[in-house]
Design a protein around this ligand. Structure first.
Ligand code: FAD
Ligand code: MLT
Ligand code: ZN
Length: 479
């Protein structure tokens, strides 16, 4: 970047020019107004920004980006700010603005003939699910942060969550994108085509780019038929291997019926029961391993309850399931899901924790959990491994809770040792250190080792081609 554009200090007229574009409600500059945008959900990072830009249209985003590009101001795109890897948090540097998509939250179109929904990037996921349901359809993406995370953020991280096992990651749920490029140019790609091999699939570049290549302003999402029948059970299982064997049983019985298959440990369940009001465990008070299995079908009379019972019966006979609680109502189903979904919040309340969002081939999940848990206990005596998550995708959150009584800062000072300890095992098993949360700011130092050589060079070439001034979310993804 030219030196005159990098120069620190005030930028005369910049805020006035931004206010002209955005109007009085579109620009925040007061310290108290900026505060919620400056730190991440995990409280790992805190940064600085001259202002928060809250555009209401793609034209406003484009005009702001153009102006910032001319002045060498870096831009941090932000959706719901639920990133687990500090992806949406600015650095502690001058000359930065946060661009929040929160005001761009309209549903532009719902088409139940084509089964698509076109939405602005600031639409909150729970609202997208609700709008789809109001039209008798399903938008299947589902995760613990769905009440806050926004479509633009979910696509930018290629979020996974509980239903990836059936419907894929956010990428698989996207047909078209509108994107503002780092020079202010706009890719108008809101196409609803199921097939579109017209040159490079540029739309896929921005999915998972974590805001480093441009700003997603709107997307065409895929809809699915609404569920007409569900069947849900929480199972206490004797081991990680038994949990995987149970997954295989369901897959063999009816792969299309498995909507979610989530693993939880006894330690994690204990944290939820201790720290989250309104939770209780219907089975397996002393169990060390749990599975939540959720079946759904878009056909009435699909016989899911019968399927659930027969698979569990066979699994019990084989010694793979010790006990199971089957939901008898929507309220009971929600209560079982609460035990799973409150894992992140329970961990947060229980003290300091370090997250390792890793993936391995599905068949290697039990070995990864066992070996990582043992290695972590040895690394930090008294620490509590809390593996949980999306077993059906081979994606386990191999998290570690601090030892009781240890100072949080002392534990967090070991964060990179802890992640390295898990990563070494994941690497041996042919896995990835970044399964669904992304690289963000937290894991850039791992990129050289895991993706060095031709892969990282290609990523850098793409970044340089699209963002030669390096103004889009610097310090994220690429080391
Ligand atoms: P933000 O946190 O605001 O941003 C995330 C990244 O995307 C940043 O790099 C940001 O710069 C960029 N970005 C945001 N909006 C745009 C845009 N419009 N254009 C370009 N770049 C943009 N994640 C999962 O995958 N699966 C889970 O199961 C899961 N569970 C979670 C549970 C809890 C309780 C919490 C707090 C988080 C969880 N997450 C999970 C992580 C998080 O919710 C996801 O990463 C989500 O996709 C982030 O969405 P957001 O709108 O909050 O994005
Ligand atoms: C989840 O699946 O609940 C989150 O992605 C995991 C986490 O908090 O580590
Ligand atoms: Zn997850």
């Amino acid at each position: 970047m030219p030196d005159d554009l990098r120069s620190p200090g005030p930028h005369p007229g910049l805020l006035d020019a931004l206010r002209q574009i955005l109007g009085p409600h579109g620009l925040l500059t007061e310290a108290s107004d900026l505060e919620p945008y400056l730190a991440d959900w995990r409280a790992l990072y805190r940064g600085e920004a001259m202002a928060v830009l809250r555009p209401a249209s793609t034209e406003e985003v484009s005009a702001c980006v153009k102006l910032c590009a001319e002045r060498g101001i870096t831009i941090i795109p932000q959706g719901g700010n639920t990133s687990m890897v500090g992806g949406a948090t600015p650095e502690a540097k001058p000359n930065q603005v946060i661009l929040s998509l929160a005001r761009m939250n309209r549903v532009l179109d719902v088409d139940t003939a084509d089964m698509t929904m076109t939405v602005e990037a600031g639409l909150v996921l729970a609202r997208a699910q609700q709008v789809a349901a109001e039209h008798g359809a399903l938008f299947p993406l589902s995760l613990g942060a769905e009440g806050t995370a926004m479509i633009g953020g979910l696509l930018s991280t290629n979020a996974g969550g509980n239903t990836t096992v059936r419907y894929g990651n956010a990428r698989e749920l996207m047909l078209g994108l509108e994107v503002v490029l780092p020079d202010g140019g706009v890719i108008h790609g809101l196409r609803r085509l199921r097939k579109d091999n017209t040159g490079y699939a540029l739309r896929h570049l921005f999915v998972g780019a974590e805001g480093t290549l441009g700003i997603i302003t709107a997307a065409v999402l895929r809809l699915f038929p609404a569920a007409k029948e569900t069947a849900t059970a929480l199972c206490a299982v004797p081991s990680e291997d038994a949990a995987l064997a149970l997954f295989r049983r369901f897959r063999a019985a009816d792969e299309g019926a498995v909507r979610a298959f989530e693993y939880m440990s006894g330690i994690g369940m204990g944290l939820v029961l201790n720290h989250i009001e309104g939770t209780s465990l219907p089975i397996g008070q002393d169990a060390q391993h749990f599975v939540l299995v959720d079946l759904s079908a878009s056909r009435e009379g699909a016989g899911l309850r019968g399927l659930l019972e027969s698979v569990l019966e066979a699994a019990m006979e084989a010694g793979e399931v010790e006990d199971a609680a089957l939901a008898e109502s929507e309220a009971q189903r929600a209560a079982l899901w609460k035990l799973r979904e409150e894992h992140p919040e329970a961990q947060k309340r229980a003290g300091a924790s370090v997250k390792s969002d890793v993936s391995v081939p599905v068949s290697a999940v039990p070995e990864m959990i066992r070996r990582s848990s043992a290695a972590l206990r040895e690394l930090i005596p008294g620490s509590r491994p809390v593996p949980f998550g999306h077993m059906g995708d081979g994606n386990i959150h191999m998290n570690l809770e601090q030892p009781e009584g240890m100072a949080a800062e002392d534990f967090l000072a070991r964060a990179h040792d802890i992640m390295d300890c898990v990563n070494a095992i994941v690497r041996e098993l042919g896995g990835s250190f970044s399964a669904e949360h992304g690289v963000g700011r937290l894991k850039t130092d791992m990129m050289e080792e895991w993706r060095g050589g031709a892969e990282l060079s290609a990523m850098r070439a793409i970044k340089a081609a699209l963002d030669p001034r390096g103004i889009m979310n610097p310090g994220k993804v690429l080391p």
